[in-house]
Design a protein. Structure first.
Length: 543
């Protein structure tokens, strides 16, 4: 463009001559755009390309006139320049007003540079941070001529934010001080924002209050549920025994030997005993029947038929005295799962039921006491209408018998002091021990009181580790034995177990043999059960 201008003024050498066609096209374009003269375009419009980008943007968008843009471009500080553009556009400032604002900015810059002493900084800081201090100390000393530069300087210093400045600029407006246009604009902005903020804060307060109420209610409900769950399902009376076990008493030694003999007979001599090994099942029933009879007890065989084969629940009863209509049942199943000799599962439960019946044979409890050897607990009859204990429990219900407690003796003979030997369903390992050296008492929620009564008695009388819980029967393992059948009839029942598959590595395998059973600890558990049963039946135990 400059070459064209110079050529038209005959100042261009012949080597740099631009063709007449190009000059004609340029002049035609300028004329079409607004009848712009070439000299005027080069002198006035072309230099605009050197303006800062933010000024070019507002020029191109038509928000600012050229003359105003050129004046604002003289402000060297980019932040100040951008701020001035915003103020000029928003407030529709005239050219003279813009020039006045530039003077104020320059004056503020000088003030900011010259007033960096501690006293001056503190003056500006206090001016902005505390309206009360301003009204008391500054209202009579700060003049209009110094107020606006001071506010500008403090704003740029970063010592305050927009809400800190509210108190000062609004107060100065109310006191009658003359504020510059950009401060008046900010006051308007602050007024709008303050109103919006008040409405927003009111909504937040209502929301927060409602949310707080909901959260409080939720916290109370959750706290109540957690407390209920802990005290109902987890917390048990007394303390579990810990430390070295005392030596076996003479009575416990005799009991140990008897338990070993019983388990060896059931799982060693007889072996598998179930619907597929029916002969072994009948041999086990005959052995238990004869052993109970030898103890002076009268055995009642309760038969029922499945596929033309007859199965028997074996029952002995010790009549109660003062509370004869209330019945306490102790039982364990004597069948084994297919493929396993069933020493621990459940030779130990059947043998323990037998030996406990012998111990109570000549006793006179207040409540009626029954010892039952159940058949067909294992698959395929497990938790079906043909499960032996369910058949028996249904018969009790049909006779309207008042069963106040049932103890299911299930897999009771394996113990380990090794850390990690005990497993659990779900996350109970965070609550209960990781050593499988305890006997457990497990009930459903409805049987929680019975669980607590039994374990309290056991802990009171017996030096042996014990754990108790009352859990929903949907949790794996909770209903995995004959207590489940009594729950179906609405009777309270508790499983006494070493936790079977959650501890016993030979569970439901052919390796479940008599040598895997810890008869010393089993004898201690059965002795403790004797005392707990004595308490349940209303019979004081004798050491």
């Amino acid at each position: 463009m400059h070459r064209i201008q110079n050529q038209l003024r005959d100042k261009l050498s012949t080597n740099n001559v631009i063709g007449e066609e190009i000059i004609t096209v340029v002049q035609e374009v300028l004329t079409t755009l607004g009848n712009i003269k070439l000299d005027s375009f080069i002198s006035n419009r072309l230099p605009l390309l050197n303006l800062p980008p933010e000024i070019l943007d507002v020029l191109r968008s038509g928000q600012l006139e050229t003359s105003k843009a050129k004046v604002i471009a003289r402000v060297l500080d980019e932040d100040h320049r951008k701020e001035l553009i915003e103020i000029a556009i928003a407030n529709h400032l005239s050219l003279s007003q813009i020039k006045e604002e530039i003077k104020i900015l320059q004056q503020s810059a000088k003030t900011e540079t010259s007033e960096k002493t501690e006293t001056s900084s503190l003056k500006y800081y206090n001016l902005v941070r505390c309206s009360k201090l301003f009204l008391i100390n500054a209202s009579t000393t700060v003049s209009t001529s110094t107020l606006n530069p001071s506010l500008d300087a403090v704003k740029r210093s970063g010592q305050c934010n927009i809400f800190d400045r509210i108190c000062v600029i609004v107060t100065m407006r109310d006191l009658g001080y003359t504020l510059q246009a950009h401060w008046l604009l900010e006051i308007k902005y602050i007024d709008v924002m303050a109103k919006a903020k008040r409405n927003h804060w009111f909504a937040i307060q209502l929301l927060s209050r409602a949310a707080l109420v909901r959260l409080t209610v939720l916290a109370i409900v959750l706290g109540t549920l957690i407390s209920w769950a802990y005290f109902t399902m987890i917390q048990m009376p007394g303390e579990s025994f810990s430390g070295e076990l005392p030596p076996l008493t003479q009575k416990e030694t005799i009991l140990r030997d008897a338990l070993k003999q019983d388990v060896s007979k059931l799982a060693g001599d007889i072996g598998q005993r179930n619907y597929l090994y029916y002969f072994g099942l009948m041999a086990a029933a005959d052995f238990l029947n004869a052993s109970l009879t030898d103890a002076g007890l009268m055995v009642v065989r309760h038969p029922y038929t499945i596929d033309n084969q007859t199965y028997y629940n074996l029952e002995v009863e010790i009549p109660g005295t003062s509370l004869a209509d209330e019945v306490v049942i102790v039982g364990g199943h004597y069948d084994s799962v297919f493929g396993s000799p069933g020493a621990n599962d459940n030779g130990t439960g059947a043998a323990s039921t037998l030996e406990l019946a012998r111990l109570f044979a000549d006793k006179k409890p207040a409540r009626t006491l029954r010892f039952v050897e159940f058949v067909n607990e294992e698959p395929p009859f497990f938790q079906t209408e043909n499960m032996g204990s369910l058949v028996y429990a249904k018969a009790c219900k049909q006779r309207n018998e008042k069963v106040v407690a049932m103890l299911s003796l299930e897999t009771m003979g394996y113990y380990s002091d090794k850390i990690g030997s005990q497993k659990y369903p779900i996350s109970l390992g965070a609550i209960y021990p990781l050593q499988g050296n305890f006997i457990s008492f497990v009930g459903n929620i409805a049987s929680g009181s019975l669980v607590k009564n039994v374990i309290a008695s056991f802990r009171h009388h017996t030096q042996f580790p014990s754990q108790g819980t009352a859990l929903p029967n949907q949790i794996p393992g909770v209903g995995w034995s004959d207590q489940w059948s009594f729950w179906q009839m609405g009777y309270p029942a508790v499983m006494v177990t070493d936790t079977a598959p959650f501890r016993y590595p030979y569970y439901h395998t052919q390796e479940d043999t008599p040598d895997k059973v810890d008869y010393d600890r089993l004898a201690r558990v059965v002795t403790g059960l004797e005392r707990a049963i004595a308490d349940l039946s209303g019979l004081s135990w004798v050491k």
